[in-house]
Design a protein around this ligand. Structure first.
Ligand code: FAD
Length: 405
């Protein structure tokens, strides 16, 4: 029997196993995961999970009985330590050696730890796993002071969840604006004002130089301007690095992620890499990037499974993602690279608006707040390379479909 070994039992790995069976793959499948839990949904960890009652298990991707019923072998709580491509084997932390015909690397990414004094103090946390979310939740109570380092999606989502629990929140961001890496200045301003209205404090344009502690527990965040922000707990959300070491050590083509093609195949035809760990070409855009999103994990899981069963190659989606903060749903489609015009559709408010990024008369990216229609139609227009009239696009009284030229 052919054997597909999947390293990483997260969103991408768990989905790849399920899709292989859906596509009729009849060989052996083994899913190896360092976490001891069955594959689960990570996005709620910064959102609903923080507001759920303590001890509530994360939402599983598939019911517990699915894996046995689908004859998917599980090695959970076990790390893959070594890949040897010549013999097509993977050595696990238990000493077990798995022989593969195809290997799918879906090891995800891990949060960056701040390399400053005091980062080992109790109460300085990162957020990636269900265990991390449980620890963070225990620190979020009414009146408790939470300092969040990093004004990206995870930082802002945790800020919103913490305010719902009436914790005091200060967000510390090195850049002069929030979401600087991923959103346009107009959107940054909107989020800044919205969070400030909900009582979040901001320190922008400052760097963390260390953490202060008391009896081994964090008590403050020291800033490079000499001030200290007093706190009871810290969440560090300053980005993630791919878990690509196992591929790099085996001589695969890597560079802050594992390079793959549009079928998720690495430089070794028997090995695929999917999800947060993969550095992939972005269709519709002339560049290569790591996409840290669930839609990307699902798309690449399908690509790898299709390639393994020899099915037709899947269609390529415009990259998209979402973020939930308070009563706001942000949905983004496309990439705001190579843009010469940014247009607002509607007035920035929680009732709904969108920001379109254009190159000439084509949409490159849409950022929609509580405006699913703008998101969906904008995404279709990006995909179909539709030419649109910018002056109609910026008038919310005109339906988007009528902006087509
Ligand atoms: P993961 O889900 O991280 O899975 C990788 C797994 O591999 C992990 O369980 C890890 O322990 C395991 N592993 C690593 N190394 C080894 C090894 N050597 N051997 C065995 N196992 C190993 N995306 C969205 O689209 N929308 C959102 O709203 C959103 N919110 C998020 C909120 C949070 C708090 C986080 C952390 C992420 C969020 N994301 C969101 C991103 C999304 O969760 C990821 O893009 C997605 O989980 C990537 O899936 P993956 O399988 O590549 O990685």
């Amino acid at each position: 029997d052919e054997h597909v070994v999947i390293l990483g039992a997260g969103h991408a790995g768990g989905t790849a196993a399920a899709i292989l069976r859906q596509l009729g793959f009849e060989g052996l499948i083994t899913l190896v995961g360092e976490e001891s839990l069955l594959p689960y949904h990570r996005p709620p960890l910064s959102k609903a999970s923080l507001r759920a009652e303590p001890g509530k298990a994360p939402t599983l991707l598939k019911p517990a009985g699915f894996y046995e019923a689908s004859q998917i072998g599980l090695r959970l709580g076990i790390r893959a330590d070594k890949l040897e491509r010549q013999s097509r084997t993977v050595t696990l932390s238990t000493g077990e050696v798995l022989q593969y015909d195809y290997l799918i690397i879906a090891t995800g990414a891990r949060p960056i730890k701040l390399q400053v004094e005091g980062s080992d103090l109790d109460g300085v946390m990162e957020l990636r796993t269900a265990g991390d979310a449980e620890r963070l939740k225990n620190a979020l109570r009414a009146g408790r002071r939470l300092a969040i380092v990093g004004g990206g999606y995870i930082g802002l989502e945790v800020a919103a969840s913490a305010r719902a629990l009436e914790a005091e929140v200060t967000v510390i961001e090195r850049d002069l604006r929030l979401l600087a890496r991923v959103a346009c200045p107009e959107l940054s301003t909107f989020f800044h004002e919205y969070h400030a209205k909900q009582g979040v404090h901001f320190e922008l344009g400052v760097t963390v130089s260390g953490f202060e502690g008391h009896d081994g527990r964090v008590s403050g965040v020291r800033l490079d301007d000499g001030r200290t922000i007093a706190c009871d707990a810290v969440l560090v959300g300053v980005g993630a690095v791919p878990n690509d070491e196992i591929a790099r050590d085996a001589g695969l083509n890597t560079g802050a992620g594992i390079f793959v093609d549009l079928e998720a195949r690495t430089s070794d035809p028997a090995i695929f890499a999917i999800g947060d760990v993969a550095r992939r070409p972005i269709p519709h855009y002339a560049h290569v990037a790591r996409l840290e999103s669930v839609p990307n994990a699902l798309e690449q899981a399908r690509q790898a499974a299709n390639a393994i069963v020899g099915g037709p190659s899947s269609t390529h989606e415009v990259p998209w993602q979402w973020s939930d903060q308070y009563d706001m749903k942000l949905q983004i489609a496309g990439q705001a690279t190579d843009v010469d015009n940014v247009l607002l559709r509607g007035t920035p408010c929680a009732a709904g608006f969108a920001i379109f990024h254009l190159k000439g008369d084509r949409i490159q990216c849409v950022e929609a707040i509580n405006s699913p229609q703008d998101f969906l139609v904008g995404k279709q227009f990006i995909s179909a390379r539709t030419n649109i009239d910018p002056s109609k696009l910026s008038n919310p009284a005109i339906p988007l479909k009528e902006a087509v030229i």
